[in-house]
Design a protein around this ligand. Structure first.
Ligand SMILES: NC(=O)c1ccc[n+]([C@@H]2O[C@H](COP(=O)([O-])OP(=O)(O)OC[C@H]3O[C@@H](n4cnc5c(N)ncnc54)[C@H](OP(=O)(O)O)[C@@H]3O)[C@@H](O)[C@H]2O)c1
Length: 180
């Protein structure tokens, strides 16, 4: 079974997007993102798919959508539960790359988060990373950066075993995902 790994860049109030675009555009961070997802499976919501370049070095784009047609370049799952069932059939890690709806739906199934945490706020942001209990994670800092006056850190959050949460990809849990 694969591990699901969230990767996101979030502001101080967990801001991630505005008008279906990224709000934090930091060259070092985008390079880190590209390196991290190189040759990996990436999963995203349809709105994020619409907004990103189609030539990222990922192995495969997976999109969760009720409207998008599949093609040779993308796999499409019509629900969160269909995607989770697929995730149980592969040993390859799958990187969850956004956006807000998909982070919210998949966070309970995720053991590891790679978060770029930007020391800035954008009040007009219209999309946010879900709130979560930091105390349920072991947090490891892997870098501190400053780019053109914007400070940010990169942290890896690993779920502490026994922290209260739904079962990871448990078939029992699949049946009760709201909206799936
Ligand atoms: N800062 C970051 O790290 C980061 C990363 C990624 C994205 N973003 C930003 O996040 C924003 C986009 O996020 P978002 O929350 O608006 O959209 P999203 O999560 O990217 O996509 C939402 C879409 O996914 C599909 N979907 C969601 N839940 C589903 C379900 N249960 N079953 C089937 N399909 C489902 C639907 O597509 P259909 O309508 O086709 O059914 C829905 O409209 C943008 O501003 C983007 O730039 C930021």
């Amino acid at each position: 079974m694969s591990d699901l790994i969230i990767i996101a860049a979030i502001g101080k109030d967990r801001e991630i997007g505005y008008k279906n675009n990224l709000i934090w555009r930091l060259k070092e961070d985008l390079d880190f993102f590209r390196t991290t997802i190189t040759n990996k499976l990436i999963v995203m919501g349809r709105k994020t798919y619409d907004s990103i370049p189609k030539n990222l070095p990922a192995k495969k784009y997976i999109v969760i959508s009720k409207t998008l047609s599949p093609s040779k370049d993308i796999a499409v799952f019509r629900s969160i539960s269909d995607f989770l069932q697929f995730a149980q059939t592969t040993d390859e890690d799958i990187y969850i790359i956004g956006g807000g709806e998909i982070y919210s739906a998949l966070l309970p199934h995720t053991k590891k988060l790679i978060l770029t945490e930007i020391n800035n706020i954008l009040p007009e942001a219209d999309t946010h990373f879900p709130s979560f209990q930091k105390s349920e994670y072991k947090i490891r800092n892997i870098g501190k950066f400053n780019e053109n006056g914007t400070g940010y850190t990169r942290n890896i959050y690993e779920k502490i075993k026994n922290a209260a949460s739904p079962h990871f990809c448990s078939p029992n849990y699949l049946a009760i995902i709201p909206g799936s």
